[in-house]
Design a protein around this ligand. Structure first.
Ligand SMILES: [Zn+2]
Length: 499
């Protein structure tokens, strides 16, 4: 069945969207949630496993204190209340990548509840309610081989890798967010971006969406103005910020077309499709009773000490949004300029370059100019370009000391990016230092005067502005290495004219 989707503006004119987001974050703890197995990425399949995370009979889990601490810190940063007493629960379902046939999670007694996160969209603050933050364990990974698509259909065999099984996973669930209207897709994206920054600032996860350490499910429903909220669908595993925005928008369009035709929305999970930006149906959604939750009998309840929680709260870093505001003021940037710094992913790089001694203006110039251009050309993240904040600060120091002009500094930076060493090493190795020694420049100046008698005559007759052409000629013969100011002074002196 093909249907023509209505225009987005028409949809938001007729329907009100309600969104909700469930985000899973893999914690960066050294060991798994309930055993001592290492968690680092990339081991041979099934080498980071033990009886506990393989669910062998008789094995017993022990909760990871570092993971509990990280979860409480996330909860506190999201303004949640921390439970004084709570339990883990068994969520029962069979899936080949889950060796115990149940997942240890939290159900009606989550560790953190009832918080919020403020996000900024188009300069306005939107408060997103946080329903809960709880702790659970990750599953393993199933690989279907022999088929063309990597999916189970057409595959000749399926392989399971349990290295990821049991890694500590935090789930952050928002309250339903109504009233966003046309902004719903943008707010969803801004929320995930802000959440990612908050968690990164806590240093508890690398929160890389493309590697799966931050995964997002997006709930969307539509209702007529004044009516009850509609049936929601859940779009699973949306793997980039852009996809979060697209998933909400496309689901709003799809649901509107169903409702327009007099149809009903089915409560189901749907899968986001990167190529089309649309969603396709998955399984119909289980309800909580299908999982037969019950308190995990092999673990003691969690009862975080109030003094410990207070200590964790006192040790929280500044929130990213406030931190950005402060930097923007310190750097003297307009909202638009700050936005381009954010878009380039350059906030931390500029901050570190300033800390290494450069002025904010100089740091911004290099990171947003030459280095962003190179990052775009080569398709790498700015942070992975190969130049460090210290090197950029050193480069600017050489410019400020008059040893490099702008053109030479760009050549030195090229060497830095190519891994040739520090700016001063490259300047020495490539022989790029500015020549400001008058003795060495006089010959080049005399040569330029002799080669351009007409221009020389103009200057002699008082048209000092014509000196620029001779400066250019000297720069050319010295391959850009002459100090332009010294050259200009020399030209006027040789022609007997006052500057
Ligand atoms: Zn293990």
């Amino acid at each position: 069945m093909t249907t023509t989707l209505p225009a987005y503006d028409e949809v938001v004119a007729r329907y009100e969207p309600v969104i909700g987001l469930e985000t899973h974050v893999e914690l960066g703890t050294n060991t798994k949630m309930f055993c001592g197995c290492p968690t680092d990425f990339g081991g041979e399949p099934n080498t980071r496993v033990c009886p506990v995370c393989l669910g062998l009979p008789g094995s017993l889990p022990v909760a990871n204190k570092a993971a509990i601490e990280a979860t409480i810190r996330i909860g506190l940063a999201l303004n949640c209340s921390i439970a004084q007493w709570c339990r883990f629960a068994r969520k029962n379902y069979f899936y080949p990548d889950m060796p115990k046939n149940f997942q240890i999670s939290q159900y009606d007694e989550p560790l953190c509840v009832d918080g919020y996160l403020d996000v900024e969209v188009n300069g306005e603050l939107v408060r997103i309610g946080i329903e809960r933050v709880h702790l659970e364990e990750d599953t393993g990974k199933t690989l279907h081989v022999g088929g063309a698509t990597g999916r189970i259909h057409g595959a000749t065999e399926s392989l399971v890798d349990y290295n990821r099984a049991g890694i500590a996973l935090v789930e952050i669930v928002t309250k339903p967010v109504p009233g966003l209207g046309v902004l719903a897709p943008e707010v969803a994206r801004a929320y995930v971006a802000e959440l990612r920054d908050v968690i990164r600032s806590l240093g508890v996860s690398d929160v890389r969406m493309e590697e799966g350490s931050l995964r997002c499910d997006v709930n969307t429903s539509l209702n007529l103005p004044g009516a009850e909220w509609g049936t929601r669908t859940e779009t699973k595993n949306v793997n980039s910020l852009r996809s979060v925005e697209r998933a909400v928008r496309s689901e709003m369009l799809r649901q509107a077309s169903v409702l327009d035709a007099g149809g009903r929305i089915t409560q189901e999970t749907r899968h986001f499709q990167e190529d089309t930006g649309g969603t396709r149906p998955g399984r119909s959604k289980e309800t909580a009773t299908d999982y037969r939750y019950f308190p995990e009998p092999d673990l003691v309840p969690l009862a975080p000490d109030t003094a410990w929680v207070a200590e964790l709260k006192a040790g929280l870093p500044e929130l990213p949004r406030l931190h950005r505001r402060r930097l923007q003021e310190q750097w003297g940037l307009s909202d638009a300029d700050m936005q381009s710094v954010l878009n380039a992913g350059a906030v931390e790089l500029i901050e570190a370059t300033v800390a290494a001694g450069a002025t904010p203006a100089a740091a911004r110039k290099w990171w947003l100019g030459e280095l962003s251009r190179r990052a775009n050309e080569t398709g790498v993240e700015l942070a992975d370009i190969g130049a460090t904040p210290n090197q950029v600060a050193e480069l600017q120091g050489l410019v400020d000391a008059g040893k490099l002009n702008d053109k030479l500094a760009r050549s030195v930076l090229e060497g830095v990016v190519a891994g040739e060493g520090s700016p001063s090493q490259i300047m020495a190795n490539r022989g790029l230092e500015v020549v400001s020694d008058t003795g060495a420049l006089t010959a080049a100046v005399d040569e330029a005067i002799a080669a351009n008698p007409g221009i020389a005559e103009k200057i002699r007759s008082g048209k000092v502005a014509a000196a620029g052409a001779l400066v250019g000629a000297v720069m050319k013969t010295t391959r850009g290495q002459a100090d332009a100011k010294t050259v200009r002074e020399l030209i006027l002196e040789r022609l007997g004219v006052q500057g």
